[in-house]
Each structure stands twice: as structure tokens, then as C-alpha cells.
Design a protein around this ligand. Structure first.
Ligand code: UD1
Ligand code: CA
Length: 450
């Protein structure tokens, strides 16, 4: 029997989001909402948590993959019914069942550890998290007797005005005794709204003469629940602040933190300086001593040390050390710029390798190209890689010099050290060391040996 199992409830539609996307998959700082709960569970136990899915289950499965064990709730009949779906997997197998929701991304593992400790110490059937809030709207309210003991939770939809005035809220996070939980869960009454409320377990335990423990936390933001887009916007701002603060403390300079948008998935090296209006997104890693921005987007890319990217968009690209890009360039999927490459303004690179020290200063497009080291790509050079049906490769070998406004009609190869004159249209391979120019380009001589 394992000591602790974690169940994350995520089957709800999230009606208040007014969305085709299931609530659990709405993006928060670049990660699906439910991913925060999944990662928190991983900090507490080594076994996978159970994720109850229903609305948009297939989409959730695709996004979260094998990080969790899935339990399907086919009809969304309430939080109690959602948890009940985990019964066949957990009954008799788990001493303690910790339940939380997919829509509470700020909950800290420390708080959960404290809740688990309380449960461990008292051995009552339920220990739960509560918090006092000035604006308790939408939450279940905690009912206590004169002695201050918790006696129940009342949902806002069925609360009296006096109950609505209660400021202590149910956070929706519970720790249950495994043996007690399952038989009781199966007996939950149907609520007036036609759902099985998990919260009704509290009154059930109290009616049996059991004690329900409440751990009252002090930080309301920790249990900020996301029910609609206004909560999502609030959470986004707060999460961005947390992330920026973390990088500031790690030695990254942010000139204007409020105007810097770093996804939770991004890594940044020390002494990197980020100028305003910069977006670092997805699976992105930035090295040390870089200068990024202003007005830059880096998405799903790896950038080495000492790189500069100014007013440019970098997507699905790899930049080795000491690369500089921009202003106003676009590196697309599969662009790989080796050490010391320079891409100046109005350049576009897609699915291409540029060797060490290669320079492409002005108005060029390289697509499906393999470029050697120390190549000069003259202003306005274009790889004509698409014939209307298929894409073709271009190869430019080490040390070649491509004159301004050259069209490289792929498939084509320019040999090492060759020089192409300005305004050429290269339709045939150019041998190493030759000089070629014209439309179409012809070999007209040899590069003088120095
Ligand atoms: C719930 C609590 C409320 C508490 C609040 C804290 C109940 C009845 N109410 O209300 O006391 O203050 O959380 O945030 O539990 N879900 C399912 N299947 C369902 C219904 C919901 O898996 O059939 C999941 C949702 O995906 C969500 C979680 O359960 O992750 C909570 O559901 P939600 O509708 O957000 O409950 P609240 O109204 O916020
Ligand atoms: Ca909620």
C-alpha cells in the first residue's frame, strides 16, 4: 500500500472561460494550466498523480502525455463524482489521498506538505485548506460552530445571505484518509444543482462525530483559482512577476520587468541583459552575457553565450556563441547559426546551417541551404529554393564570396573560395576557386592565389 496518492481534478468544462479549449489547457506563462498541478505533484511524490479528465479529454491527453495516470469522468456530475472515478485505482491501495484542482497554479508544495503533516498528526478523515479573503465571490464558504470547529462547507449557489458574508473560503484542496474516503464518497447526496459535491463530505464526517481539520493559509494569492478570463489575466500578470523576480535574483538584468515576458519554460544564463518588449517563449534556453531586445521574440530556440538579438524574431533556431542578429531579421525553423555568425538587418534564414564566421549583412534569404565557414553573403542574396512544387537545397562552401543581389537557383552548389559577381543568377554549380558572374552566371576565371 502506498502512503500517498495525488488526484488532480480536471474534467470540468470551465464554462466561465467561454472557450472551445478545455480550461485545464489554457496557457499560463506558456504552460497549460494543469501542468502546474502536475509538476507540483511531482515535487511531493515519485509516483505519477492521477488526473481526472472529461471535457476535452483527448486534447488534455495529447498535451500532458504520460506524466500522469488518466481517469475518465464521462459525465461531469460534480467534484465528488470526479474523485469517485479514481476509486477502482486507489481503494485499498493508498493510505492518504490528496486532492487538488487543475485551476490553482500558485499553490506551493510547502503548503501541501504542511497540510499533509497536519493530517498525519491528527489522523482525522479530512484535513483541508482554507483562507480568509476580502472578496470570497464564487468560493464555497466554511461553516464553523461556536467552538470554532469546522462543521460544513456551503457552496455559494445555495448559500444564504448570512453565509455569503462569511470570509473564510474552501480552497478546494483536501487530504483524505483512504479507508474513510471511498465508502463515504459513494454515498454523497445529490446537490440541489444536480451535482455530487466533494465539499459535502465535510458535513458527513462531522455528522459521524469526526473532526475535520482546516489549515488556514495566509496568502490568498496562493489559492487564486482560475474560473474565467479575468482570473486568467490576473494569474498571468502574477506568474510573469514571479518568473521575472526569479531571473533577477539569478543574475539576469531586465531593464523593464513589466515589459518583459518570459515563459515558465525558459532558461537564461547569468549577465544576460534583456531590453523591453522582449518575449522569450516555449522551449527556449539563453546563454550568459547575451543582449536581447528591445522588441524581440525568441520562441523554442537555443541561444549560446555572448549573442545579440535586436528587434528580431527567432523561432525554432539554434544560435551558437557570439552570434549577432538584427535589427529586423527573422530566423525560422531549423536555422542553425554557428559561432560568430552575423545576420544583419532584413535577413531571413530557414532550415539552413551557416558555418562559423559567416556574414549575411543585408536583405537576404537563405532557405534549405548549407553554408560553410567564413562565407560572405552579399546584400540582397536569395536562395531560390522553391520551384513552385518542391524545395531544393543550396550548398555554399567555405570561404565563398557571394556578390550583392545574387540569385542562387537551387539545387545548386558554389565551391570553396569561389566568387560570384554582383547581380548574377546562378543556375549551375560553380567549381571551387572560380570567378563567375552574369545572367545566367558563367565561369570567367580563377580567383588569384594569394
Ligand atoms: C470548488 C468547490 C468550492 C471551492 C472551489 C475552490 C465544490 C463543489 N466546490 O468550486 O467549495 O471554494 O472549488 O476553487 O467542490 N471538476 C471535475 N468534474 C466535475 C466538476 C469539476 O473534474 O464534474 C474539476 C474541474 O475541472 C476543476 C475542479 O474540479 O479543476 C473544481 O471545479 P470548479 O467547477 O472550478 O469548482 P468551483 O466552482 O471553483
Ligand atoms: Ca474553481
Amino acid at each position: 500500500m502506498s502512503k500517498l496518492s495525488i488526484v488532480i481534478l480536471a474534467a470540468g468544462q470551465g464554462t466561465r472561460m467561454k472557450s472551445e479549449v478545455p480550461k485545464a489547457l489554457h496557457s499560463l506563462a506558456g504552460k497549460p494550466l494543469v501542468q502546474y498541478a502536475v509538476e507540483m505533484a511531482a515535487q511531493l511524490i515519485s509516483e505519477k498523480p492521477l488526473l481526472v479528465v472529461g471535457h476535452g479529454a483527448d486534447q488534455v491527453r495529447r498535451a500532458i502525455g504520460d506524466q500522469v495516470i488518466y481517469v475518465e469522468q464521462r459525465e461531469q456530475l460534480g467534484t465528488g463524482h470526479a474523485l469517485l472515478q479514481a476509486r477502482p485505482l486507489l481503494e485499498g491501495r493508498s493510505e492518504t489521498v490528496l486532492v487538488c484542482c487543475a485551476d490553482m497554479p500558485f499553490l506551493s508544495p510547502d503548503t501541501l506538505r504542511r497540510l499533509l503533516e497536519l493530517h498525519e498528526e491528527r489522523k482525522d478523515p479530512i484535513a483541508m485548506l482554507t483562507v480568509e479573503a476580502d472578496d470570497p465571490k464564487g468560493f464555497g464558504r466554511i461553516l464553523r460552530d461556536e467552538a470554532g470547529q469546522v462543521v460544513g462547507i456551503v457552496e455559494e449557489a445555495v448559500a444564504t445571505d448570512a453565509q455569503k458574508a462569511i470570509r473564510e473560503l474552501n480552497c478546494g484542496v483536501y487530504c483524505f484518509d483512504g479507508d474513510w474516503l471511498w465508502p463515504h464518497l459513494a454515498q454523497l447526496p445529490l446537490s440541489p444543482k444536480g451535482e455530487y459535491y466533494l465539499t459535502d463530505l465535510v458535513a458527513m464526517a462531522v455528522a459521524e462525530g469526526q473532526v475535520v481539520e482546516a489549515l488556514k493559509i495566509s496568502d490568498v494569492t496562493e489559492v487564486l483559482g482560475i474560473n474565467d478570463r479575468s482570473h486568467l489575466a490576473q494569474a498571468e500578470a502574477l506568474m510573469r512577476q514571479h518568473i521575472n523576480q526569479k531571473w533577477l535574483l539569478e543574475g539576469v538584468t531586465l531593464l523593464a520587468p513589466a515589459l518583459t515576458f518570459i515563459d515558465a519554460t525558459v532558461k537564461i544564463g547569468q549577465d544576460t541583459i534583456i531590453y523591453p518588449n522582449t518575449y522569450l517563449e516555449g522551449a527556449t534556453a539563453i546563454g550568459c552575457q547575451c543582449r536581447l531586445g528591445p522588441n524581440t521574440i525568441v520562441r523554442d530556440s537555443t541561444i549560446g553565450d555572448r549573442c545579440t538579438v535586436e528587434a528580431s524574431v527567432v523561432e525554432g533556431a539554434v544560435l551558437e556563441d557570439s552570434v549577432d542578429v538584427g535589427p529586423f531579421s527573422h530566423l525560422r525553423q531549423g536555422a542553425h547559426l554557428a559561432k560568430g555568425v552575423h545576420v544583419g538587418n532584413f535577413g531571413e534564414v530557414k532550415n539552413s546551417y551557416l558555418g562559423p564566421g559567416t556574414r549575411m549583412g543585408h536583405f537576404s534569404y537563405l532557405g534549405d541551404a548549407t553554408v560553410g565557414q567564413e562565407v560572405n553573403i552579399g546584400a540582397g542574396t536569395i536562395t531560390c529554393n522553391y520551384d513552385g512544387e518542391r524545395k531544393h537545397p543550396t550548398v555554399i562552401e567555405d570561404g565563398a564570396f557571394i556578390g550583392s543581389d545574387t540569385m542562387l537557383v537551387a539545387p545548386v552548389r558554389v565551391g570553396a573560395g569561389a566568387k560570384i559577381g554582383a547581380g548574377s543568377v546562378v543556375t549551375h554549380d560553380i567549381p571551387p576557386g572560380s570567378i563567375a558572374y552574369g545572367v545566367p552566371a558563367r565561369v570567367r576565371g580563377k580567383v588569384r592565389e594569394e
